[in-house]
Design a protein around this ligand. Structure first.
Ligand code: AKG
Length: 247
């Protein structure tokens, strides 16, 4: 797994979960989403395609929050996270929920998450050689998936890719790219992918994907941790693999 992640920047694990493991998660996530939509109607209609910080407890009960922590720290996920990040110690960063845009004509966009962190291009180019910020995507419905460019979690864009990603020279961030590889996802699959690689979401099919994000505990990413998303010491006492939350 580690080798596959290092070479490709992603791992698609089909039927990683069984149906029973997703029932409670889906119920919690759906309740969160309903309340989030009610409170963020304007932002949603203005183009948002994801929410975040599900574990802050803002829209869910204390029990549901604990269930989410338990889901995130469960052995099956924890072993895989530890293997991928080894010898670094993986830590929990946040959660996100991806859905379709309100406007069905809204275009998606190629990007690397690192381009939004305030680093200049040279710094980004250096950092991707070793930094790991990794999504564990858990689709709750079959979705067209994620299109990504394998190995770009460690390597820089080709000229065309850079121009598209940055919308330069009359190119658009939604233009197709020859090296793009589409990973369609089914419910029960898990897609592990580096946020630093060139990628874009494919909208449609009324997607609803719960993403857990882990990182390698370096300060430049740790500064984005919002403590409200982490378990309290009482909650920690009830969790297995609780060290994933302590950075
Ligand atoms: O699913 C999407 O729309 C994009 C996903 C993405 O950009 C990300 O997870 O960083």
């Amino acid at each position: 797994m580690k080798k596959s992640y290092e070479n490709e920047g992603y791992i698609h694990l089909e039927q990683f979960f069984v149906e029973d493991e997703l029932i409670d998660l889906e119920a919690i996530v759906s309740r969160f989403h309903e309340k989030w939509l009610a409170e963020n109607d304007t932002e949603y209609k203005n183009g948002l395609i994801n929410s975040h910080s599900l574990t802050s407890g803002k829209f869910i009960s204390a029990n549901e929050r604990l269930d989410l922590f338990q889901f995130i720290a469960q052995d099956k996920i924890n072993q895989l996270v530890n293997e991928i990040f080894y010898p670094e110690k993986a830590k929990f960063l946040n959660t996100q929920l991806f859905f379709d845009p309100f406007n069905q004509l809204q275009k998606n966009y190629w990007h690397r998450d690192i381009q939004y962190t305030g680093l200049n291009l040279e710094e980004q180019r250096e950092k991707i050689k070793y930094q790991n910020v990794v999504h564990f995507r858990i689709p709750l419905r079959a979705e067209a998936g994620i299109e990504l460019i394998p190995n770009t979690h460690r390597t820089w864009d080709l000229e065309e890719e850079f121009e598209v990603r940055m919308s330069l020279n009359n190119r658009k961030a939604s233009d197709s790219l020859p090296r793009g590889k589409l990973i369609a996802l089914q419910r029960t699959d898990l897609l592990v992918f580096s946020a630093n690689m060139i990628h874009r979401g494919i909208y449609g099919q009324d997607r609803l994907s719960f993403d857990i994000i882990f990182f390698d505990n370096h300060d430049d990413i740790a500064k984005f941790i919002d403590k409200r998303n982490l378990p309290s010491s009482t909650e920690l006492g009830k969790l297995i693999n609780g060290e994933i939350f302590i950075s």
